[in-house]
Design a protein around this ligand. Structure first.
Ligand code: NDP
Ligand code: GDR
Length: 382
């Protein structure tokens, strides 16, 4: 591996799309820690959307500020060209996306534009500005490309079979990266990342929906969690481990695509069970399919004062089923381990503990405000 110490990076410039998202925020922290100057693209929103990066934001008036935000959008070609021209990045990390699979069935054209053509627009910006030899490009590819899986576990050579408008859009992005690498000799590569989570995970993805929902229920803020397919199997890692790998992929002598995964698989039902145990709750699952429920069997400790045995706290709601589901994903990270020396450091149990603790703190704060008449309703649209 061609590793780079922090001292070597002080003149390096990175541009991150999706910097306000889960991965973007962790990656920005990582790169700033290595001495980079980091530029991020920020979408205009009617409300603040910088919560995940507020702690690293620096006033642009500060002389040595190394973290800068630029308004922009992956659907806006001229804007992207201008930002690339102004920032002259050594590395671009294209993490921006409409990243929710279920939402992509509702907004397929928008998802294609941002997730598919967005990658092309950035690659073209590099070419138009003559930066092919300077700027390295990382594309946030996904295990969703495997969709209806053709091989278990999935590795770099496993055929793709996308199962959603999101995955089809990401398939275009994957291949345009490969094509620009081959056609123009650009340093461009795909990280085929399996699901990765953290306390910063968006509230509507399944892990965070579970940890946040159960913490709220334990504190009496919500009655029940409504879920989709509990049989779904995923290979869940921690976002901090995965952004480290994104950076490593751009430090090699030659660009190459890598699968990033833990190699261990759990069901959504198992994840619910683990999160409940963190709250001192043991559950029993009863019923099948749309009639399945999770019922409280015992409650121990003081984390779930609102619950007692017999309470039904999880129900299946077909509203959360997808028109075509990806039933099972399990990655084989052997190539990343062998060539880059990458191994995930945070195990699922540790991550569940961290996520539940974080959501429980929020729920306890909210419950306290509610007790004193200051609380607003918790948002529960998942
Ligand atoms: P998030 O949903 O947390 O973040 C997505 C980011 O993209 C946000 O900053 C969002 O901005 C931004 N964004 C959305 N639409 C646009 C747009 N039109 N123009 C510019 N920016 C936009 O995703 P993650 O951090 O979890 O994932 C990062 C990337 O990795 C995504 O591309 C995702 O598809 C991919 N991926 C994620 C995996 C995971 O398990 N997390 C696994 C494999 C791939 P805003 O904050 O304003 O919404
Ligand atoms: P995924 O993540 O679709 O794998 O995409 P998500 O957490 O949304 O779903 C994982 C699995 O859980 C099932 N599920 C539910 N999902 C959600 N969101 N809400 C529910 O109530 C629910 N109940 C069951 C889903 O059907 C699915 O099988 C994520 C995103 O981060 C993508 O951007 C990324 O590319 C892939 O991971 C790898």
């Amino acid at each position: 591996m061609n590793s780079t110490s922090s001292a070597d990076n002080t003149s390096k410039v990175a541009l991150i799309t999706g910097v306000t998202g889960q991965d973007g925020s962790y990656l920005a922290e990582l790169l700033l820690g290595k001495g980079y100057t980091v530029h991020g693209i920020l979408r205009r929103s009617s409300q603040f959307n910088t919560q995940r990066v507020d702690h690293i934001y620096q006033d642009p008036g500060i002389d040595d500020a190394r973290f800068h935000l630029h308004y922009g959008d992956l659907s806006d070609t001229s804007n992207l060209i201008r930002i690339v021209q102004e920032t002259q990045p050594d590395e671009i990390y294209n993490l921006g996306a409409q990243s929710h699979v279920a939402v992509s069935f509702e907004s397929p054209e928008y998802t294609a534009d941002v997730d598919g053509l967005g990658a092309l627009r950035l690659l073209e910006a590099i070419r138009i500005l003559g930066l092919e030899k300077k700027t390295r490009f990382y594309q946030a590819s996904t295990s969703e490309l495997y969709g209806l899986v053709q091989e278990i576990p999935q590795k770099e050579t496993t055929p793709f079979y996308p199962r959603s408008p999101y995955a089809v859009a990401k398939l275009y992005a994957y291949w345009i990266v490969v094509n620009y690498r081959e056609a123009y000799g650009m340093y461009a590569c795909n990280g085929i990342l399996f699901n990765h989570e953290s306390p910063r995970r968006g509230e509507t993805f399944v892990t965070r929906k579970i940890t946040r929902g159960l913490a709220n229920i334990a504190q009496g803020l919500e009655p029940c969690l409504y879920m989709g397919n509990l049989d779904s199997l995923r290979d869940w890692g921690h976002a901090k481990d995965y952004v480290r790998m994104q950076w490593m992929m751009l430090q090699q002598d030659r660009p190459e695509d890598f699968v990033i995964a833990t190699g261990v698989q759990y069901s959504v039902r198992q994840f619910i069970d683990m999160a409940a145990q963190e709250l001192g709750i043991t559950l029993r699952f009863e019923g099948e399919g749309v009639n399945e429920q999770a019922i409280v069997q015992t409650v121990e400790g003081d984390k779930a004062p609102a619950l007692q045995p017999g309470d039904v706290i999880v129900k299946v709601d077909p509203r959360y089923f997808r028109p075509t589901e990806v039933e099972t994903l399990l990655g084989d990270p052997a190539n990343a381990k062998a060539k880059l020396g990458w191994v995930p450091q945070i195990a699922l149990q540790e991550m569940v503990t961290e996520m539940v603790a974080s959501d429980l703190t929020d729920a306890q704060r909210h419950a306290l405000l509610k007790t004193h008449g200051y609380a607003t309703a918790v948002s529960s649209e998942h």
